[in-house]
Ligand binder design. Structure first.
Ligand code: FAD
Length: 258
């Protein structure tokens, strides 16, 4: 019997987590990414998208903290324009994510009594950000990619690098049948066929200048989704990193100041 085939676009935290979760099922997975992992694995500049830049993330795991407080802080930080249900999903999911990442082998900085250390992050009423040095995202990517590598070796995942997805393919009944992609080196078009497509290509922050987001966050997924007939919502909300260099040298303009 033919097993379902999932095509995942991207290789940041969202895409790699989707692939790791999908590996638990009897499915074939193809991961399509603009990056090249094989040649420069674990080098900062080759890590997927913006995920590797992440310093830490908020999770209500500290003593005296609660998911309810985290939700309140999140709603306040969003000037109450947030969707409360999504804020709740985010804050509850953050606690589960800590377990998921620890099971994956991600280590966090800890206090002497082995409790996870938390530190203040913008808009939090209490220190709530868990971290590993100042580059948790890098460690998360490293561990996720180890799993992906094992999936590739086990024949569960096909990893296609240096490949930019450009179009969602549909049949005459308007069912999604796959994606069209272009090879970055030879500019050759490739059509990939599958039963489901997951767009995990980050947003499009780098269309703004200056921006601290990596240049590969170029809005491709939103454009592809729109072209395929999807509705997109809340496009006016774009997160910018609060600190960055203002420079007349394009390479430095917007780059991160810790
Ligand atoms: C400077 C900076 C600091 C940050 N610090 C924090 C922090 O401390 N805590 C926190 O919680 N968040 C932080 N963030 C936000 C966080 O990094 C993002 O929310 C997170 O990376 C989003 O993950 P993602 O997997 O959705 O996207 P990304 O990590 O951006 O991954 C997108 C992936 O899709 C690939 N891709 C894009 N288009 C295509 C295409 N057409 N075809 C194939 N592949 C494609 C990209 O190459 C990349 O691999 C920070 C962001 C920045 C920019």
């Amino acid at each position: 019997m033919k097993i379902p085939h999932i095509i995942i676009i991207g290789s940041g935290g969202a895409a790699l987590c989707a692939a790791v979760e999908a590996m638990a099922f009897n499915v074939a997975i193809t991961l399509v990414t603009k990056h090249c992992y094989q040649q420069a694995q674990y080098i900062w500049s080759s890590m997927g998208g913006c995920t590797w830049k992440t310093h830490g993330f908020n999770a209500a795991i500290g003593q005296g903290d609660s998911v309810a407080q985290h939700i309140n802080d999140t709603l306040k930080g969003g000037s109450y324009a947030n969707h409360p249900k999504l804020a709740q999903t985010l804050c509850e999911g953050a606690v589960d994510l800590v377990d998921f990442l620890q099971q994956l082998g991600v280590e966090f900085d800890r206090e002497a009594n082995n409790q996870l250390l938390t530190r203040p992050f913008g808009g939090c009423g209490t220190p709530r950000s868990i971290f590993k040095e100042d580059r948790l995202g890098f460690y998360i990517q490293q561990m996720l990619f180890k799993k992906i590598k094992a999936g590739v070796e086990a024949g569960k995942i096909t990893l296609l690098e240096n490949l930019r997805a450009i179009k969602i393919l549909k049949n005459t009944n308007h069912d999604i049948t796959g994606v069209r992609a272009i090879k970055s080196d030879t500019l050759e078009y490739i059509d990939l066929y599958g039963d489901a497509v997951i767009l995990a290509d980050g947003g499009g922050a780098s269309m703004y200048s200056p921006s601290a987001a990596s240049a590969d966050k170029s809005c491709d997924g939103i454009a592809m989704a729109l072209e395929a007939g999807c509705n997109v919502i809340d496009m006016e909300f774009v997160q910018f990193h609060p600190t960055g260099i203002a420079s007349h040298v394009p390479t430095f303009d917007g780059s991160l100041v810790e």
